[in-house]
Design a protein around this ligand. Structure first.
Ligand SMILES: O=C(O)[C@@H](O)[C@@H](O)[C@H](O)[C@H](O)CO
Ligand SMILES: [Mg+2]
Length: 401
């Protein structure tokens, strides 16, 4: 079997997505998500100009060899652009291999380890009341786990609070700027979860995303203040370039920690995992080198009783969601899967087999990862430059958004 051609499809139904399609001499094709929010065209070019020419003529079944070729052969290793490109190739090749085998991808990985994939929804609101009303909405839909984000009194445009129905952080044109105050946030956050437990009780898993904004000792203080409300996890409490900094958080709080959506390789997480400084690893199919590399990360995490909790925002395409659900159904140390619901127009571009029912998702039994791209639909929505915001402290200091 030979790869005959491959190409990149950039489309913007509701938001930008980058998809790689690999075609073979036996008529079977595979697709992979290559979307990197705010840097989409960098990955599209990396694939088109530097990767695809090296794929033509190769056997698509040689997934590991092609992965190693793209990782080591580039000389310049790692990074979100490189690893998202490699991820798209890897995902498309797994899609092909499973289609040729006539099996849903999870069967090729080792079969199912559970009956369904528990997912968490995003509830948010400018006020505590608005946020908790959205929690009720997702409870009514059957979710067992819900992330809660709310506006912080005195601040505008806080991370995680949607302007419309669905939360999409990237905005058209150049990056928007938002103000941040750690002091206001640290005083406010515990009141949000006290109100949530008061209204919804203790059966519901509650999650929260700090989104890289605190110093380690501030994160320790927040984790401690949230302990009475028993969070499922506190996510991205501090920027994780310095993996060692999580030791300081760990020393002060038992609130479970989740990190990794911005990681793109096992090296970003190795020390966090081996020192048990986190409880969930959030690396994804699309940004961490695809199924092949994500499997390595999950296997290392399993040795330390760390579970997966893959990122699943709407800036990861349905192709990533489909592949992730197959991975989640198989992976032994599964924790939870993030699920932000894509817009209907996005789903019209990406028909898929996965389903949701009462808080759980299933990838479906279609051969491959079960997601396709309708290129005619995709062509209706040309790329629109859009960027993630930047944050500044109230004195103007550039801060982590
Ligand atoms: O946990 C999450 O879903 C967030 O961290 C994301 O919304 C993140 O801000 C976006 O995916 C960035 O593109
Ligand atoms: Mg996050």
């Amino acid at each position: 079997m030979k790869i005959t051609d491959a190409y990149v499809i950039v489309t913007c139904p509701a938001r930008n997505f980058v998809t790689l399609k690999i075609r073979t001499d036996e008529g079977v094709y595979g697709i992979g998500d290559a979307t990197l929010n705010g840097r989409e065209l960098a990955v599209a070019s990396y694939l088109t100009d530097h990767v695809i020419p090296c794929l033509i003529g190769r056997d698509p079944h040689d997934i590991e060899d092609i992965w190693q070729y793209l990782y080591k052969g580039a000389y310049w290793r790692r990074g979100p652009v490189t690893m998202s490109a490699i991820a798209a190739v890897d995902t498309a090749l797994w899609d092909i291999k499973a289609k040729v085998a006539g099996l849903p991808l999870y069967q090729l990985l080792g079969g199912k380890s559970r009956n369904g994939v528990m997912v968490y929804a995003h509830a948010n609101g400018q006020t505590v009341g608005d946020a908790l009303d959205q929690v009720q909405h997702y409870v009514d839909l059957g979710y067992k786990a819900i992330r809660i984000q709310a506006g912080v009194p005195g601040l505008k445009g806080v991370y995680g609070v949607a302007k419309g129905i669905n939360y999409e952080p990237a905005t058209r044109g150049l990056p928007a700027e938002s103000a941040w105050s750690t002091e206001a946030y640290l005083d406010f956050a515990p009141t949000l979860f006290a109100a949530a437990r008061d209204r919804f009780g203790w059966d519901l898993h509650l999650l929260h995303d700090v989104h890289h904004r605190l110093t380690p000792i501030e994160a320790a203080r927040l984790g401690k203040s949230l302990e009475p409300y028993r969070l499922f996890w506190m996510e991205d409490p501090t920027p994780a370039e310095n993996q060692e900094s999580f030791r300081l958080i760990r020393q002060h709080t038992t609130t479970p920690l989740a990190v990794g959506e911005v990681f793109n390789s096992i090296w970003d997480a190795k020390d966090l995992i081996q020192n048990q400084l986190i409880d969930y690893i959030r690396t994804t199919v699309v940004h961490a080198g695809g199924i092949s590399h994500l499997r390595r990360i999950a296997n290392l995490a399993d040795l330390y009783q760390i579970r997966t909790g893959s990122h699943g925002a709407t800036d990861l395409s349905p192709v990533c969601m489909g592949a992730a659900l197959h991975f989640d159904l198989w992976v032994p140390n599964f924790g939870i899967q993030e699920r932000m619901v894509h817009e209907d127009v996005t789903n019209s571009v990406f028909p898929h087999a996965y389903t949701f029912d009462q808080g759980y998702m299933h990838p479906g039994e279609a051969p491959g990862h079960g997601v396709d791209i309708d290129e005619t639909e995709a062509a209706k929505y040309p790329y629109q430059p859009a960027y993630l915001p930047v944050a500044r402290l109230t004195d103007g200091t550039l801060w982590s958004w």
